[in-house]
Design a protein around this ligand. Structure first.
Ligand code: GLU
Length: 375
């Protein structure tokens, strides 16, 4: 188990590490920061030499492509611009990594994934198998979102959450987000007296309140909120996540010396399937339940139709839905046993009344506890 930020670099505590590189570090005025990149590649080669298995999640495609195509706003003025910029920039990005890692005898392996690839269990396991095979073969996977085909509704949009999901898929013990901020501050880092928080155990509402919103740089799309969402995905999967300022050369070596940044320690490790479920980020509907049901769910019960008071969305059986209490508070999420239409038909009904409505024997629950995660 990872005990602190520096432990991410200790293969005895973190054998497999995902390193995420933000656009703001890799690209400046539309050009790649090649000297910085070379220093990072050297850091990564040192990590590998000491026995750490490294996976990279690299942003930068949109920023690089936008510069080449002459697009405004770093290619983020519209989805169509971002998609076109990513197509151009990804070619350049892959080449940059192939060269930087190649200089240390390392083989870069490009993997482009969409949100859907990791939301669907079968495709998720497939991506996991590819990562495993690449690492076993000695390559360094360089992962990015497949931005040129991802549409607004079904994209990560930020590589922070993607990095946490990849860590989970790869069975990594840690994620290191190299960012343009030093970590999480207790208030807006620009305001007087802001303190860097070096250690977080559990992303609670108080922790989320510290983050404010917005991205600190114009190039990336992460911002602290996305980083906290990434930390939540990671903590559920038993993965530690660090945020450090990676702007200066040799960021990993610097971390080894300074230990400065924020570490989010995992507070629990759900089983692999539940961690996958909890890390899914695109629910198709909302089920609102009454106070009695909130209490029952708190005791680990399944969600029954009797406790259901509202159904939002149009979804099929098996869809991911968000679970809310009567005041709209989020309770968790799970896979629903009925379509939205059927949920509405049996809302509030006891088991015996459900059969008459449905015309068939009802299922044991609307969301079974085995297919539900809290939080
Ligand atoms: N996938 C995007 C890119 O390659 C970056 C997303 C992000 O900024 O986190 O440009």
């Amino acid at each position: 188990m990872v005990a602190d930020l520096k432990a991410l670099l200790d293969p005895a505590q973190c054998r497999r590490l995902v390193v995420k590189v933000g656009s703001a570090l890799l690209v400046e005025h539309g050009k790649a920061r090649t000297a910085w990149l070379a220093s990072l590649a050297s850091d990564l080669s040192a990590l590998r030499a000491q026995g750490t298995e490294v996976i990279l999640v690299s942003s930068g495609a949109i920023a690089l492509g936008a510069a080449r195509l002459g697009f405004a706003k770093g290619g983020r003025a519209s989805l169509a611009d971002a998609q076109a910029a990513a197509s151009v920039g990804q070619v350049a990005l892959a080449q940059l990594w192939a060269e930087a890692l190649g200089a240390h005898g390392l083989t870069a392996a490009q993997m482009l994934v969409t949100l859907g690839d990791l939301e669907d269990r079968r495709r998720y396991l497939n991506a996991a198998a590819t990562l495993e095979r690449l690492i076993e073969a000695g390559a360094v996977p360089v992962v990015n979102e497949n931005d040129s085909v991802a549409t607004e509704e079904i994209r990560f949009g930020d590589n922070d959450r993607l990095a946490a999901r990849v860590a989970q898929a790869a069975g990594a013990q840690g994620v290191l987000l190299l960012s343009d901020v030093a970590g999480l501050y207790d208030r807006d880092p620009a305001s007087e007296g802001a303190q860097l928080i070096d250690r977080v155990e559990g992303v609670t509402p108080e922790v989320i309140a510290m983050a404010g919103d917005g991205s600190s740089s114009g190039l990336g799309s992460g911002g602290m909120r996305a980083k906290l969402q990434a930390a939540r995905i990671a903590e559920r999967a038993g993965v530690a996540l660090g945020i450090v300022d990676g702007r200066r050369d040799s960021p990993v070596a610097r971390l080894r010396d300074s230990g400065i940044g924020t570490i989010f320690l995992p507070v629990r490790a759900d089983n692999a399937r539940k961690a996958w479920l909890g890390g899914r980020i695109a629910p198709e509907g909302v089920l609102t339940v009454d106070a009695g049901c909130v209490e029952a769910l708190g005791r680990g019960a399944s969600l029954l139709a009797a406790g259901l008071i509202e159904v939002e969305g149009a979804f099929q059986r098996g869809a991911l839905v968000s679970l809310h209490g009567p005041k709209g508070e989020r309770l968790g999420q799970g896979l629903v046993e009925y379509s939205a239409e059927e949920c509405r038909a049996i809302l509030g009904l006891q088991g015996s009344e459900q059969e008459a409505k449905l015309g068939y024997a009802p299922r044991a629950a609307v969301v079974h506890r085995d297919h539900m995660v809290r939080g």
